[in-house]
Design a protein around this ligand. Structure first.
Ligand SMILES: [Zn+2]
Length: 472
């Protein structure tokens, strides 16, 4: 019964649809396709209807259109789909701004016919909502070793400020031959708080600043360089490296010395050529000759210091020397060693032992007056042997006025020795004698007050003090 009724209703429906299509097709045939013969207008009508249904179901649909502040954003299945996007945008914004951010949206949903390709593009809608936030803008954010320095919309200006700051750090001191930025500098394009945008001047100022400023100490009276180093937990070498221009030996009250180096925001290594002269002190070379008497010497060659010109390549990290290699060493002035020639000829005391030196060389009071004593008096018992003081030739042996019995030996090079007041002589003029040969015996002949040997050394006829020659 139900089926019969259903069948009748379907049949009626088809009949009505058939009639309608027939009318539609006849109308088409009558009005526009009159030249075309339509033998079966019903069949064609069905085909056209099917095509229309197919077209409408393929391109059009009904759905929930989202309106935000009056602008259609697309069709969603449920409002939750759009609300989730709003939440996501608000989360991102809150994270960047540092406070809970809410989008100011007037949202409405309406059922509408829409074309199939007018789908809701979630990613595009989210990006569009995000970019609509005035408080967040895309900026170039400069960071040095992970620390944000500042943000600015002009990437080229930031790069130029970095270049300028690095170049500034290579100035001062000797010209830089190379430099290297040791810090990790990054410029990232990111959406960030519009309020964080700073001027290029501010970025420039930050880049030339320090993370830690240098710490100095003013030298007090009595301070030693080593004590200052110790009190700041530094070795003397470390303190010297921090103060390359300070000479610890001439540390003066009031001097300001660096005890902690500044740590700049940007670390730069600079290589410079360091040129300096090193004085090479001359050495003294001794030469000996028997053509001169012991105690005599002369400078054969005057010594003069040499100069070595050094060129070093020095690496400075943030102004502090961190490495040094020698590039070249050239002698800008050769060293000349000093040569001194010393004599080896030596006089010996003419008597084996001396009881007393009864009169020295020089001015003395004698017999109520004063005279110059041209030798020394070596007192000994009469008859004590007298020996030649050095090799030579006897030039005189005999009586010589106040000298009494006297021997003079010529030693060459202008040197003579004289032995006076002898009791007896055992040589004669012309005899060749060697050092230590017996020549006479002590006595008290001539102008003498007791037995002794009056001994003289003469250089080119002038008596000199014999004491240093025979008693060393
Ligand atoms: Zn004398």
């Amino acid at each position: 019964m139900i089926f019969t009724s259903l069948k009748k209703r379907i049949t009626d429906h088809c009949r009505r649809l058939g009639r309608a299509l027939r009318r539609f097709c006849c109308a088409l045939t009558d009005s526009r396709l009159s030249l075309v013969r339509v033998p079966r207008p019903v069949g064609v009508g069905i085909l056209l209807a099917a095509a229309l249904v197919l077209i409408s179901t393929a391109f059009l649909d009904t759905g929930l259109q989202v309106y935000a502040n009056g602008t259609a954003l697309g069709i969603v299945e449920t409002p939750a789909e759009f609300e989730e996007i709003v939440s996501s945008v608000e989360r991102r914004a809150s994270e960047i701004l540092g406070y809970p951010y809410r989008l100011d949206l007037d949202v409405a949903y309406k059922y509408e016919m829409y074309e199939r390709n007018d789908y809701f593009d979630a990613a595009a809608v989210e990006e569009s909502l995000f970019r609509s936030i005035d408080e967040i803008v895309p900026l170039y954010v400069l960071s040095v070793d992970g620390t944000v320095v500042g943000a600015n919309p002009d990437r080229d200006a930031i790069s130029a400020a970095v270049e300028e700051a690095v170049s500034e750090k290579t100035k001062g001191g000797r010209p830089a031959i190379s430099y290297e930025l040791l810090s990790d500098v990054e410029i990232d394009y990111v959406y960030t708080d519009a309020a964080s945008s700073v001027s290029i001047d501010e970025i420039r100022s930050e880049l030339s600043g320090n993370i830690r400023n240098e710490v100095t100490y003013t030298v007090q009276e009595g301070d030693l360089f080593s004590d200052i180093a110790a009190s700041f937990g530094l070795s003397v070498e470390e303190l010297q490296r921090l103060n390359p221009w300070i000479d610890p030996a001439t540390l003066t009250e009031g001097d300001v010395i660096v005890v902690e180096n500044a740590i700049p925001l940007m670390s730069v290594s600079v290589d410079r050529l360091d040129e300096y002269d090193e004085v090479v002190p001359y050495e003294t070379i001794e030469k000996y000759t028997s053509s001169m008497w012991a105690g005599e010497s002369y400078v054969e060659t005057e010594g003069s210091d040499g100069i070595l010109h050094h060129t070093d390549r020095v690496e400075y990290v943030d102004g502090v020397e961190s490495g040094r290699i020698s590039v070249s060493v050239t002698a800008s002035k050769e060293v000349t060693n000093e040569v001194i020639v010393y004599g080896t000829r030596n006089f010996q005391c003419p008597v084996k032992s001396v009881r007393a030196i009864t009169s020295k060389f020089g001015w003395r009071t004698f017999g109520g007056g004063s005279d110059f004593h041209t030798g020394i008096d070596l007192a000994n018992p009469s008859g004590t042997p007298i020996y030649a003081s050095y090799d030579g030739t006897v030039s005189f042996a005999g009586w010589k006025g106040n000298y009494g019995n006297c021997v003079i030996i010529d030693h060459g090079y202008g040197y003579q020795t004289l032995y006076a007041h002898c009791r007896s002589l055992v040589c004669k003029a012309g005899d060749k004698v060697a050092q230590g040969d017996l020549i006479s015996y002590t006595g008290s002949t001539g102008r003498s007050t007791g037995a002794h040997c009056h001994f003289e050394i003469r250089i080119n006829g002038d008596p000199v003090n014999p004491y240093p020659y025979i008693f060393k």
